[in-house]
Design a protein around this ligand. Structure first.
Ligand code: F6P
Length: 548
């Protein structure tokens, strides 16, 4: 594999960057009234306006050349066809198969996995029906009213984000959903204090069924339930499991019919589309869950087939490369102007940073360039009263995606117009900035003295030229949300491919888990005192023991 910086397209981009890096977006908008038309794209009820990026048509051509020289086409084909794209674990990454419900066969080890995918979906649908028809009841015959998902990372963040985003689609008189993820007792107790054992179903969602937080929480909850049951068999009425390790779930004490399976060729942070989405299906109903899948599938087909110049995930991925690797940007903000999308950025903190937070190539070589960005962001307009000052006048180059739905579910007064006015105004202000001349004229018009203007003007200048993408969704529905999530999944894949890293493993977090079990043993008095550990850890443990 030719190293990334040795690719001709990389050098061409470096030269091109030198040529345009000082050009202001104001100039490009002034000289080309068709700029929006040239740099915008509509797909799956999503409009991407990428015209407020520091690019020209030549930039796009050179970026697309980089994608092609990076073998992106071949990697996309491998992704969808079950190629071993998870190179270190020698596995496919077939989250796309989970939403290929009406599609053709997808082979893993020569076997079509689609029948098993459809079988699990059918099992989910039957289960959801049983809960709502009352076929499935609690130990004293009462209907289930609350569902608690016990999981963390990819076994939590997706269901949380989707159920929050699609609140308007929740089942009428449907179950309430709760998400228990942190091992912190306050998280566990907060939830247990708000549900009744008789009417609560617990979903233990864990691909490995070994994650310490999820198992600790599951064991605590099982004890909490057992204290209330008259017979151990009644546990099965209140626990189901979603896992890739059926044996471990059965060891926990669950009968096979209570276990929903997914497979090792589905990455945890890409597993929302599997039975990990069971809490979503219970909350929204199975039809809406399948609409979510359909939306993702629509974006999959676009990603697979559209030429790179008109390919939304490819363009968003390449723009991220442009800022990370040529403008020196370290972070990327995802800013949803929709309160229901308040967990969207958090979801893609794992999705992006656990995928591309890598520094060794697929060939095992240390990279000599920047890879995955720090992903952050909260909803607008709140962010405007928190970190927008830094976005406007800070010293760091930061790219940002502004996301909003055109239609709201809550047409109360003129709130949506005010929200969208802010949304459009911020990307314009970040792009335009405000020159010294404009600032002085403004202050003169306010009647300030020349001395006052000299004093104040430097502080009110905004350099602008701060790049943003605008992502406008017609309406936030299960289908459009599915497309939006898949858009970001594929953008991450595009970047991982070009950075020549494996976006589908996560060895870094394994080390943290092992260190935790060592410290836990020492703190619980079950292991040696970690005498050879660093003084900080040793002293902190001693302090904790003395003061807890
Ligand atoms: O963060 C590490 C990780 O393995 C994630 O990739 C995964 O989503 C999470 O922990 C939970 O893992 P599991 O679903 O196996 O409990």
């Amino acid at each position: 594999m030719t190293r990334l910086r040795q690719l001709p397209a990389w050098q061409n981009l470096q030269d091109h960057y030198e040529q345009i890096c000082n050009t202001h977006l104001r100039e490009w908008f002034a000289e080309d009234p068709l700029r929006f038309k040239k740099f915008s794209l509509k797909q799956s009820s999503i409009l991407l306006d990428y015209s407020k990026n520091r690019i020209t048509e030549e930039t796009r051509t050179l970026l697309v050349a980089l994608a092609k020289q990076s073998g992106l086409r071949e990697h996309i084909d491998a992704l969808f066809s079950g190629g071993l794209v998870n190179t270190t674990e020698q596995r496919p990454a077939l989250h796309t198969a989970l939403r290929n419900v009406g599609g053709g066969p997808v082979l893993v080890d020569g076997k079509d996995v689609m029948p098993a995918v459809r079988q699990q979906l059918a099992k989910m649908r039957t289960f959801v029906d049983d809960i709502y028809t009352g076929n499935w009841r609690g130990y004293n015959g009462q209907a289930i009213t609350d569902v608690v998902n016990i999981g963390i990372g990819g076994s939590d963040l997706g269901p949380v984000m989707v159920t929050e985003a699609l609140k308007p689609y929740r089942m009428p008189r449907g179950v309430k959903v709760h998400f228990m993820s942190n091992v912190d007792g306050s998280h566990v107790v907060d939830i247990l204090n708000h549900v009744q054992p008789e009417t609560t179903l617990f979903i233990i969602a864990s691909k490995s069924f070994t994650t310490q937080e999820s198992l600790s929480n599951a064991l605590t909850v099982r004890r909490w339930m057992q204290d209330r049951l008259s017979h151990p068999d009644q546990l099965a009425q209140h626990f189901v499991a979603v896992t890739a390790d059926r044996d471990k779930a059965m060891e926990f004490g669950l009968p096979e019919e209570n276990i929903f399976e997914f497979w090792d060729w589905v990455g945890g942070r890409y597993s929302l589309w599997s039975a990990v989405g069971l809490s979503v299906a219970l909350y929204l109903g199975m039809d809406n869950f399948e609409e979510l899948l359909a939306g993702a599938h629509e974006m999959d087909e676009h990603f697979r087939q559209a030429p790179f110049e008109e390919n939304m995930p490819v363009l968003m991925g390449l723009l991220g490369i442009w800022y990370s690797n040529f403008f020196g940007s370290q972070t990327h903000a995802i800013l949803p102007y929709d309160q229901h999308l308040h967990r969207f950025s958090a979801y893609f903190q794992q999705g992006d940073m656990e995928s591309n937070g890598k520094s060794v190539t697929r060939d095992g070589e240390a990279v000599d360039y920047t890879t995955g960005p720090i992903i952050w962001g909260e909803t607008g307009t709140n962010g405007q009263h928190a970190y927008f000052q830094l976005l406007h006048q800070g010293t760091r180059p930061i790219s940002a995606d502004f996301i909003a739905p055109v239609k709201t579910y809550y047409p109360i007064n003129d709130h949506q117009t005010i929200l969208i006015a802010n949304f459009f105004a911020q990307t314009r202000a970040l792009m335009m900035g405000k020159t010294q001349t404009e600032v002085r004229a403004e202050l003169q018009a306010e009647g300030l003295s020349e001395a006052e203007i000299d004093r104040l003007a430097p502080h009110k200048v905004l350099e602008g030229n701060r790049p943003t993408n605008t992502v406008l969704i017609d309406k936030l529905t299960p289908r459009s949300l599915g497309s939006l999530i898949a858009l970001y999944e594929h953008k991450i894949f595009v970047q991982g491919t070009i950075w020549q890293i494996n976006p589908f493993d996560q060895w870094g977090v394994e080390f943290g888990k092992r260190t935790t079990s060592e410290v836990l043993k020492a703190l619980s008095g079950e292991g040696e005192e970690m005498k050879d550990s660093d003084a900080s850890t040793r002293e902190l443990m001693a302090y904790y023991r003395e003061n807890s």
